[in-house]
Write a protein that binds this ligand. Sequence first.
Ligand code: KG4
Ligand code: ZN
Length: 371
Amino acid sequence: MKILGIETSCDETAAAVVEDGSTILSNVVVSQIDIFAEYGGVIPEVAARSHLEVIMPVIARALSDASCTWDDIDAIAVTYAPGLLGSLLIGTLTARTLAILHDKPLYAVHHLKSHVYANWLENKMVLSRDGSLAPVVTGLAPSSSAVASGSPRVAPILFPVLALVVSGGHTQILYMPSHNKFEIVGTTHDDAVGECFDKVAKILGLPYPGGPSIAKAALSGNPDKYKLPHPKVRGLDFSFSGLKTAVLRAVQKELGLPISHPSHDLKNHLSSEQVADFAASFQKTAVAILCEKLSLALARYPDIQSVVIAGGVSANQELRKALPEAYFPEPKFSGDNGAMVAAACYYEIESGVAPVDPYSLNIYPRISIES
Ligand code: KG4
Ligand code: ZN
């Protein structure tokens, strides 16, 4: 079954064709990062306008890269929630129109579900929790030669699965008893971890998006230079707004400036060595918090067979190194893409989910994965 996946929930316009939930026939992503780097963050109206400009060429390219015509496509999958209202509208209106025009069943897919299902795409790093495999280099994608030679999927992901979703908008631990069933067992009380990377990067004067720039700066930094506190949130929940403030206070203290000193000016006083040390110390703390909660979750759910990590922050190499037994998507599928939408849709169809009405599909900027 060939599914066309369309994703426009934030600032990436993406489309892909995936066969049977795993084989990637094409994957086209047009990122607006260059536009938003100038502003230091996403401007929703600009994002929607940019999606509108490129979505049709992106879909056309996804079909041609996959050597498909519309006749070859069995279903269309589109992100309908959560995300930016205008961005979601462009993706869903396009998908609805195409479904009507080409008479294809249309499936509405939740964005976090898609991130989780990026782990079922081929060419990812796989290492089972029962230790049946020799440790693959932690969290890294297989070498390109292994991918090119079509190396077999080594160990299937087994249920129940624990999924750690770490994106720009969400930080959640999900319990998955079987395909397409999700229970939220932990969530953030305030900021998402990706948002925290982005905000800390801003304080340090590093470019948007903050995750990759913090990771890069941290390479030459000392992760033990600054001691940053772990939030005191009980159970499996998270809080990241305090960590961002802790970095802000530590920077002000390091520079001998008062806490009233504006955060946007601090970057002008920091040396590149200080930036690297703060980036490394912050990254180490954020990764440690995620790992702590994950261990707590594993202790609470001893029946878990596999752990999957999902969302933009799952590209982080330190997180990958810290969790050698977890499944990670290939880094290029950690961020937003259409392939994961198609993969999630395939397992929805397998689970008996019905297509939606292309004449009435709505968008939901804030809806939970459980609904
Ligand atoms: O999943 P995603 O692409 O979009 C959302 O659904 O939110 O996640 C984007 C987030 C951003 O906050 C970005 O800074 C973060 O993922 N990110 C990273 C890395 N690459 C992207 N965070 C840490 N380390 C990275 N290498
Ligand atoms: Zn995302």
